[in-house]
Design a protein around this ligand. Structure first.
Ligand SMILES: N[C@@H](CCC(=O)N[C@@H](CS)C(=O)NCC(=O)O)C(=O)O
Length: 228
């Protein structure tokens, strides 16, 4: 199996939140995977139909080009390995969690990180990134950066339900990590890969949760270096 991921100047620091979901899901299933680093400009040059974004999972000559589809594929094709969702109700919860966390967390975090991501990219990716992201934001990267702390604050205020959930359970998925933990962890890896911004305070239960996530699967997530 191969997992295509997104990198900037440093090819060891894959920072896509969606790739991290897939990477953790593969580790959860105990599957070996070869990581294939790509820059933004390399993704559309792949000879894979409809591949505009990563993650892309290559398996037995076929390609799956969306993180949610990868999770479903792994769950359906490796039923004897630990479940990513814990049944149909867990899958429905993960689907809901995916959209809620996009709306409440990814949107403000993207605005907080966008300029830092830009700084991490190769020159050949920077023009594309600036044009596509400024069109999405309706403002310049520099204007977004001026509001970095306000956007971080919006993100942090949305963390209350996740911190409350962790008062009575070890992981967002229950006693063991499930795919919803990988959705959340992807955001932390995204921020860690490009920025020194602290997403949570040490008092947050999410802080201890992140440490537990960092230690899963032989410390897989720790390949991303923490900046200071
Ligand atoms: N819905 C997709 C979204 C993936 C996505 O947006 N990936 C970004 C990296 S985080 C990407 O590859 N962007 C390429 C581009 O914008 O050109 C999924 O969940 O797999």
């Amino acid at each position: 199996m191969k997992l295509y991921e997104l990198v900037g100047k440093d090819k060891t620091q894959g920072f896509s939140p969606y790739v991290w979901r897939a990477r953790m899901a593969l580790a959860h299933k105990g599957l070996e995977v070869e990581m294939v680093p790509l820059t933004f400009s390399e993704i559309p040059k792949l000879p894979i139909a409809n591949a505009k974004t990563v993650p892309i999972l290559e398996h037995n000559g076929g390609f799956i080009t969306d993180s949610w589809d990868i999770a479903i594929f792994l769950e359906d094709n490796f039923p004897d390995k630990p479940s990513l969702f814990g049944g149909d109700a867990g899958k429905a919860y993960a689907n809901f969690f995916n959209f809620v966390s996009f709306y409440n967390l990814i949107v403000p975090l993207f605005q907080a990180l966008v300029y830092d991501i830009f700084q991490e990219l190769n020159e050949c990716d920077q023009d594309y990134f600036r044009a596509s992201r400024e069109a999405r934001l309706g403002k310049s990267l520099e204007e977004a950066h001026e509001n970095q702390l306000q956007n971080l604050d919006i993100f942090r205020k949305q963390l209350w339900p996740y911190n409350m959930t962790l008062k009575s359970q070890e992981f967002l998925g229950g006693n063991e990590p499930t795919y919803v933990d990988y959705i959340m962890y992807g955001m932390f890896q995204w921020a860690r890969g490009v920025s020194a911004l602290p997403l949570v305070s040490e008092d947050d239960l999410l802080c201890g949760w992140r440490e537990k996530m960092d230690n899963l699967y032989g410390g897989l997530g720790q390949v991303i270096k923490t900046r200071s």
